[in-house]
Design a protein around this ligand. Sequence first.
Ligand code: AMP
Length: 187
Amino acid sequence: MEILILFGAPFSGKGTQGKILALKTGFMHVSTGDILRDERKNHTELGLLAETYIRQGHLVPDELLEEMIESVIEKCKKEKGIILDGYPRTINQAVTLQMLAQKHGVAIRKVLFLDVPQDELIARGIHRSQDSDRIDDKDPNIMNKRIEIYRRDTKPVGDYYINKKLSVTISGIGEIEEVAERILASI
Ligand code: AMP
């Protein structure tokens, strides 16, 4: 099993592209945001706790996600690969992932950085808010907060993988299929 990390800002299209890439590669699409929202729907302790952070546009603390991500890796061990969408989001998470990958004998193959300029992210966020049922998509202040936290806490993770020579930058601008083709060509 190997891991492809789909990396990018909120509204960069990770979720949409992750699903397409999963269909095209046979890898499993794993979105930590989706898992947390499912946990919330199921009223688990993790889901209820995570919601208090998600609602404010904050990141869920690293230590709450470690067990969850290890169980994903364990469950998917027999898969060809996974597309990790939304994890890691902090340097600490990147270090944890490295450690877990080693522990379970899986390789991080590539980090696909979906590059979308800030003004386009905001435009997409406003567009998404019109028909989204996510609690964190409704309020423009929360959407801006998520972008701000991305720049502060998550962007350095991109640099971490550039230093490891694992990162490839893909323009996230254009039609969905166009971007999907670019991603496929880069792996
Ligand atoms: P997403 O669906 O990827 O936009 O994630 C929605 C929200 O879930 C984020 O704004 C965070 O509050 C939380 N979340 C998802 N993945 C992570 C992560 N790796 N670290 C911390 N919080 C996360």
